[in-house]
Write a protein that binds this ligand. Sequence first.
Ligand SMILES: Cc1cc2nc3c(=O)[nH]c(=O)nc-3n(C[C@H](O)[C@H](O)[C@H](O)COP(=O)(O)OP(=O)(O)OC[C@H]3O[C@@H](n4cnc5c(N)ncnc54)[C@H](O)[C@@H]3O)c2cc1C
Length: 309
Amino acid sequence: MLSLERDVLLAPYSTFNIGGPADFFATVTTAAELIEALEYAADNSLKSFIFSGGSNLLIADRGFRGLVIRVASAAARISGRDIYADAGTPLGSVVQLAGAHGLAGIERLAGIPGSLGGAIRGNAGAFGAEMRDVVLSVKTYDRKARMLREFSAKQCAWGYRQSHFKSHPELVILSAQLRFEDGDSAELQRIAADTMAVREAKHPQAVRCAGSFFMNPDVLDEALRDEFALDTGKTPKDSRLPAGWLIDHVGLRGRRIGGAEISPHHPNYIVNTGTATAEQVVMLASLVKQRVRTELGIQLREEVQLVGF
Ligand SMILES: Cc1cc2nc3c(=O)[nH]c(=O)nc-3n(C[C@H](O)[C@H](O)[C@H](O)COP(=O)(O)OP(=O)(O)OC[C@H]3O[C@@H](n4cnc5c(N)ncnc54)[C@H](O)[C@@H]3O)c2cc1C
């Protein structure tokens, strides 16, 4: 049975810890409840926004006019080399479950916050692994057509931090079937633990932020690519250069507007130092985009989802 709350402050639900109130708010714990909430919104002409871990969001100071649905459905089970899991299952739990059962494929995604649904939508990735590596099929509810739809891996239109679900926001992910390779449980758990330690050493993970603020852009400028290689000792793996390196290049590491700061440790993280407003984060992000565009001729695009603007 759907339970609606009114005027719920969204900041505590976002890892940025920023954001005003939602007019209506519901936490759903099953796919059936999620569909019920979406139908309630449609029947009552309310705009709806769904989220789960809140680790890839910047929510406006004015909040959201409509119904915000927090997906907390978290049932997961193993069958052979497959895991069937609800969208709200924390990605970390899926990584742990896979590791404990000797299922290889996402151990290097250990430490990415948020839910399975959020990770599939954004094709979350780290250290050369991506969600696309293990997704076999995805069950969704199409809130425009008001029907269930299932997608095979091929139909997911994967790309860098991209999927069919991201370009079709009417599709709400309900659950997924993941297929793994055989692996050694102890070895997979060791890789996951090492991965988390490396992440923590690169940048403290428990900060108020939403991870990488911008996507890594395609950079064809050979001189800049050579400069990157010289500066970092790394050859770019593909056509992309790290947005953090570009932000550093234009001298914005550590720059602050109000309580919002370009992390001194990881320039692609915008951090809420405690009192940041969404407006200050947006102003800082605009400064970054403008400087990188003017000085390097590169257009950065947000990886973080803006809500209620
Ligand atoms: C410290 C830190 C480190 C991070 N490191 C990484 C990293 O290494 N790699 C990486 O890829 N990301 C990283 N992220 C970003 C983030 O963790 C991922 O994007 C994550 O997959 C988002 O999942 P979520 O449940 O928190 O999504 P939310 O923030 O809740 O939502 C993000 C978007 O996904 C949509 N969404 C959520 N659930 C569903 C669903 N069931 N169906 C349809 N749409 C849905 C929402 O509507 C919203 O548009 C990091 C974030 C933080 C804070």
